[in-house]
Ligand binder design. Structure first.
Ligand code: G4P
Length: 534
């Protein structure tokens, strides 16, 4: 958690109403369906089903990878904004596949909270757990949605226990399911003493709400059959005895998660979850930066790039840098300072991502995410300010776990390949290393699938056939230390040295033994598996 000065001024209302969050889940738990329903209740789309349809259309329009469609995975992350009640929600999409975890990690640096979706029959799955670990590193508040309660689900206490044990997180039920599978009736709203009854006939209808005065209200019997009612009373009584009550502060600190039960496809529980995001997910938080942290209420506008997407539209060869606004009130046409390049940049065509469409953003506030089309000036980790020399920190790059040599299918096109590789490196899709010795490039990724994605994108977007071949190296480490020591280290280890796409020095090897040797023989040199993007 960052410092929260005790006398922080109140946030301007436009900032205070913003909730910027991501959804984390294992593939198939229902993230897409839930997103669709969010947009539906946010009034951003008229009919459920449009996210998928529009997503498809967008991908076809941008000629976006057949592979992505074939494999049914979402490789790219995007941001969507919509209003709900008095709130403005900014939902940042995370790629679900584990091969893209670095991208996901950076996406999570741009949000203030995460919604964790789990499947009621499967509980906490491997990918949920990995993503959760990333949230924990940042103490991100987490709200949980247990989906698919209209199917056979596990026992409610069992699910809660599993989350508590596997994730070491206190869990407090915000709602309690009544029946499950075919007998699933709806939920008892534990925060507001209400009955929420699911409409099975119309999947897009919001649940019927019945106000009641606690579980002993005789009205309950009008809606819940006796056997289910007895079980509900027993369960809720036990839950109130055994499980912690909702503690908003503990939720904000990432120590406790409230859990809602529902069925996204039946639109059930979604509205309550959205109300929960409004009530318990925090407003835009201060950002870690050097030499000082940035408070959202500061008048001066600042923001940082957490994602770059190239070639969203191949006709324009544009790139969009996704900027999370850290402070202030941004207006279109503003001149900001690109801190790394020490150059002014006029943001004349910022885009806001409303549902699946892009629109020009006339204004935006701290917490919002805007897309800035550019020709490569903006990279991941860049900070834009109104002049002050501030750099948002904590956006990491990870050493790749797989290395391969990239070769142009046509040797005459080697220069073109270099350009394409650099572009993908800046997008964050891969690491590209130029060895000090020999020719060609070594490309590093986190998962094998990324090579396939890269290969097919280079072919499609640049018309260049490319081959990835085994490299003599398997690990890469960034080299840091006093300038003269680094120079001496480079001179003595030329065969292992390369430069990454930012020009930073990298040590390549295939043996852990080499890494241990460097630690022993060069006490002033640090080899590290992460570097901060600045
Ligand atoms: P994901 O983005 O997390 O991968 O999940 P997605 O929303 O695509 O949902 C995965 C599958 O689960 C989909 O079925 C979806 O319809 C279904 N689903 C989502 N929410 C619920 C729910 O509350 N109850 C039930 N019973 N099913 C749910 P599919 O057959 O893979 O796709 P589709 O043909 O329905 O689109």
């Amino acid at each position: 958690m960052l410092d929260q000065p005790p006398n922080r001024p109140a946030l301007p209302p436009e900032i205070a109403r913003r909730r910027t969050f991501a959804i984390i889940s294992h593939p198939d738990a229902g993230k897409t369906t839930l997103t669709e329903k969010f947009l539906l209740y946010g009034g951003a789309i008229q009919m459920a089903g449009q996210v998928r349809a529009k997503g498809e259309a967008r991908r076809t329009r941008s000629d976006f990878m057949q592979m992505e469609k074939d494999r049914g995975i979402s490789v790219s992350a995007s941001a969507m904004s919509f209003d709900f009640n008095e709130f403005r929600f900014n939902l940042v999409d995370t790629p679900g596949h584990s091969d893209f975890s670095e991208d996901t990690y950076r996406t999570l640096t741009a949000v203030d909270a995460a919604v964790m979706v789990i499947d009621g029959a499967k509980g906490v799955e491997s990918q949920t757990r990995k993503l959760f670990e990333v949230c924990r590193m940042r103490d991100l508040p987490i709200l949980t949605f247990c989906n698919k309660m209209d199917r056979e689900a596990r026992d409610t206490f069992e699910i809660i226990d599993e989350i508590q044990e596997m994730l070491a997180l206190h869990v407090t039920p915000a709602s309690w399911p009544i029946g499950q599978g075919r007998d699933f009736l709806g939920c008892y709203d534990m925060l507001n003493d209400r009955l929420e009854l699911m409409d099975r006939a119309d999947r897009n209808r919001v649940a019927e709400t019945i106000e009641i005065a606690g579980l002993d209200d005789p009205k309950m019997a009008d809606h819940v059959p006796p056997a289910l009612l007895d079980k509900l009373r027993e369960d809720v009584e036990m839950a109130r005895e055994l499980l912690p009550a909702l503690d908003a502060q503990a939720v904000r600190e990432g120590q406790m998660t409230p859990i809602w039960f529902g069925s996204a496809i039946n639109s059930f529980g979604v509205r309550e979850l959205m109300q929960g995001i409004g009530a318990y997910a925090p407003e835009p938080q201060p950002q870690r930066a050097t030499p000082r942290q940035i408070a959202p209420e500061e008048e001066a506008v600042s923001g940082f790039v957490f994602k770059v997407q190239a070639n969203m539209d191949p006709r324009h060869r544009d790139r969009v840098a996704f900027l999370r606004l850290a402070s202030g009130h941004f207006r279109r046409g503003m001149k900001l300072t690109h801190v790394r390049a020490k150059k002014p940049i006029t943001v004349s065509a910022p885009v806001l991502f409303l549902a699946a469409d892009r629109e020009l953003a006339e204004e935006a506030w701290a917490g919002d995410i805007i897309g800035i089309p550019n020709h490569g000036q903006l990279r991941i980790g860049d900070t834009l300010t109104e002049g002050e020399n501030l750099r948002v920190s904590g956006i990491p790059a990870f050493a790749p776990e797989l290395l391969q040599q990239a070769r142009a299918g046509d040797p005459m096109k080697a220069k073109h390949l270099e350009k394409a590789l650099m572009q993908f490196a800046e997008e964050g899709a891969a690491k590209v290393f130029k060895p000090a010795f020999g020719s060609g490039f070594i490309v590093g990724v986190v998962g094998q699938l990324q090579f396939e994605v890269l290969g097919s994108r280079i072919e499609m977007e640049y018309g260049l056939p490319v081959r990835f071949e085994g490299s003599q190296f398997t690990s890469a480490r960034w080299v840091t230390g006093p300038h003269d020591k680094v120079e001496a280290f480079i001179a003595a280890n030329k065969q292992h040295i390369a430069h990454d796409n930012d020009g930073d020095v990298v040590y390549l090897t295939r043996l852990q033994w080499d890494i241990d040797r460097v630690a022993r023989d060069y006490p002033d040199i640090t080899l590290s598996a992460t570097k901060e993007m600045m």
